[in-house]
Design a protein around this ligand. Structure first.
Ligand SMILES: [Ca+2]
Ligand SMILES: [Ca+2]
Ligand SMILES: [Ca+2]
Length: 616
């Protein structure tokens, strides 16, 4: 064979198949920090077997999957590396390919990575359902046909621009932090694995990631997300990102071709189903075998379950979390499906976050009404398993159940106090995120016997009691809605074609306006009172109809009295511990209850039926 022919054969091999092909590099970039960092890179593609890696940055630790479709290697980014492109050459006996990698400029820490605390009021938004700021991304070319506002499980067109445009509304409402449901890129096709009466659905909710390093094209881009974070910060509003480390979406490429043999717990063809036996995780009598389906079972038997015990998976997920924080400047994470990944993983993951971002905070989802179980997951102390999860706080599902029952008219108000009686179980109950509803439950107003007044009293409780209160978008105007997806209706006025705009007074009904003003007033009252945000909570009077408590801080104090009963009541409220001297006259800072005079260590007041007074 002459030399020219031989050369032609080699070129053909490189061009037509056997040479390495790179389709994805994770992470695609990294912000240079004050310390050197060694990243574990994951390159996906084909023909990667036997690859060697070259880059002007130091590399090592190459490992290729048996299929030649995934390549891991270490990449060290020294402290203060100059931002720019650092291409990686991947060479095999059959050819070479370039993998793009960039070092990004680090974000200044000032005003970023702030964490969240009882000083805050959180507002939960499903970006697809809040406001459509950019109609040009409603039906993107790469995922055509998934947009239809008439279908409850299709994309409706809301996006990150829509949130940016309504920051003034949120600021005016008194909100100081946003939790957005996941912005990860989700499948560009209909989801035919999860079907309902109306057929295939879309993953508009964001919980079915197909790319952990991208924002879904319906919502915006990573840069748009960072712009949202910056603009929210400029308005004094923090951003909490929703992250999912337990599973991927059903259409993630890993479901067919995992990067390591143990990347997933089982496979699409053969896996356990999650049986939700969450209590076994805190049960000292349970065995690894009894906990297995809870930790390794696939969520709703559909979502590929990531195996965080595989060190490559743990590193991938931890790095991904640090990337989002460092690239966008977010302040906190809401971690989805917390119980279903090993507690040892959360321990290491939270430690890695804390090491780089000490003020950052994580709230975990433990969807359960048992304070014993929820408190088990709060970090700050090792539990029977020897593990301190490091998770800062949880959602207060136990209290939420009582809030809905009490203010929805089906339970005596003492239930609130009975739930709070379990607070000693928590390392720090004041950090729990309290709420009347969220995107996984029917809305408060959907409850039998729910009233606008009841919802306002529910918020009066959330804004005055211990915890970090949260508002589910639309609850501030009393939006109705049954179970998922009916509880995820579009915010009226978020779309140009909407017949009215409830973001503005002129577009709200009289009832909506009344509720909006009440909740706004309560939020601003809390924001103005250290006692309501962080004061010690002292129960003064608890009956079936009446709940009176004090909040006492160094700066101020408040006495909150609910008459949740159907009749007006004359109340004798003892003031022990409330730091109110005899002879003091207290004014209702919220409603129109008469001023109250302290005498003989108590308040004598007459409170109308179904009202709340916030005395200061
Ligand atoms: Ca849009
Ligand atoms: Ca997508
Ligand atoms: Ca799991």
């Amino acid at each position: 064979m002459c030399r020219a022919v031989l050369l032609a054969v080699v070129v053909a091999r490189v061009v037509f198949g056997a040479g390495p092909v790179v389709s994805k590099v994770e992470p695609p970039d990294w912000p240079a920090g004050p310390r050197p960092i060694t990243l574990r890179m994951l390159v996906s593609g084909s023909g990667l077997a036997g690859a060697v890696v070259h880059c002007s940055l130091t590399t090592g630790g190459v490992k290729v999957s048996s299929s030649g479709t995934h390549l891991f290697f270490d990449l060290t980014v020294p402290a203060g590396t100059k931002p720019g492109s650092y291409p990686i050459e991947i060479r095999t006996a059959s050819g070479a390919a370039n993998a793009a990698f960039a070092v990004a400029a680090p974000l200044a820490a000032t005003g970023r990575f702030q964490g969240f605390s009882p000083e805050d009021i959180i507002y939960l938004i499903m970006p697809d359902r809040f406001a459509n700021g950019d109609p040009s991304n409603d039906d993107p070319a790469i995922s055509r046909g998934m947009h239809n506002r008439a279908k409850s499980r299709y994309y409706h067109g809301g996006d990150l621009d829509g949130i940016i445009q309504h920051l003034p509304y949120l600021k005016d409402l008194g909100v100081t932090a946003l939790w957005l449901t996941p912005v990860y890129d989700n499948a560009n096709r209909l989801n035919e694995r999860e079907t309902y009466d109306d057929g295939a659905i879309t993953d508009y909710h964001g919980y079915g990631a197909t790319d952990f390093y991208a924002v879904d094209e319906h919502l915006g881009t990573v840069d748009k997300f960072r712009e949202l974070v910056d603009k929210a910060h400029a308005a004094g509003i923090k951003v909490i990102q929703d992250q999912v480390a337990n599973h991927t979406g059903p259409y993630h490429a890993w479901a067919q071709d995992p990067p390591t043999p143990t990347w997933l717990n089982g496979s699409e063809a053969k896996h356990l189903a999650n049986d939700w036996r969450v209590w076994t995780l805190m049960d000292p009598h349970a065995t690894p075998a009894t906990r297995r389906s809870t930790l390794e079972g696939w969520f709703v038997n559909i979502l590929p379950d990531l195996n965080q015990n595989d060190p490559e998976v743990a590193r991938y997920l931890t790095q991904n979390t640090l990337w989002w924080i460092g690239r966008t400047g977010i302040d906190g994470i809401r971690e989805d499906t917390l119980p279903y990944a090993p507690r040892t993983f959360w321990r290491d993951w939270t430690a890695a976050i804390r090491q780089s971002y000490p003020r950052f905070r994580v709230v975990g989802e433990v969807f359960d009404g048992d304070p014993g179980l929820v408190s088990f997951f709060q970090g700050g102390k090792a539990r029977f398993d020897g593990v301190d999860s490091g998770v800062d706080t949880l959602f207060d599902f136990p209290l939420q159940g009582a809030v809905v029952n009490v203010f929805g008219g089906t339970a005596p108000i003492r239930e609130l106090s009975q739930v709070l009686a379990h607070d000693a179980l928590y390392v720090d109950p004041t950090r729990l995120v309290t709420f009347a509803g969220l995107h996984d439950q029917a809305r408060f107003m959907n409850g039998k016997g729910a009233t606008a007044d009841g919802l306002v009293r529910a918020f009066a409780f959330l804004m005055t009691a211990r915890g970090i209160p949260m508002i589910y978008y639309g609850d501030e105007i009393g939006m109705p809605g049954g179970n998922d997806p009916d509880n995820r209706r579009d915010f009226p006025g978020g779309w140009r074609e909407d017949s009215r705009n409830a973001f503005e007074k002129s577009g709200r009904t009289a009832a909506e306006e009344q509720m909006f003003l009440a909740i706004r007033r309560l939020a601003h009252l809390r924001n103005a009172s250290a006692a309501l945000r962080t004061g010690r909570m002292i129960d003064l009077l608890v009956t079936d109809d009446v709940y009176a408590f004090a909040r006492v801080s160094q700066q101020d104090r408040a006495i909150v009295i609910f008459n949740n009963g159907a009749s007006d009541a004359t109340l004798h409220v003892p003031l022990a511990g409330a730091q109110v001297a005899d002879g003091t006259t207290l004014e209702d800072a919220y409603g129109s209850a008469p001023a109250a005079h302290a005498s003989g260590g108590a308040l004598e007041i007459r409170l109308p039926a179904r009202t709340v007074a916030i005395y200061r």
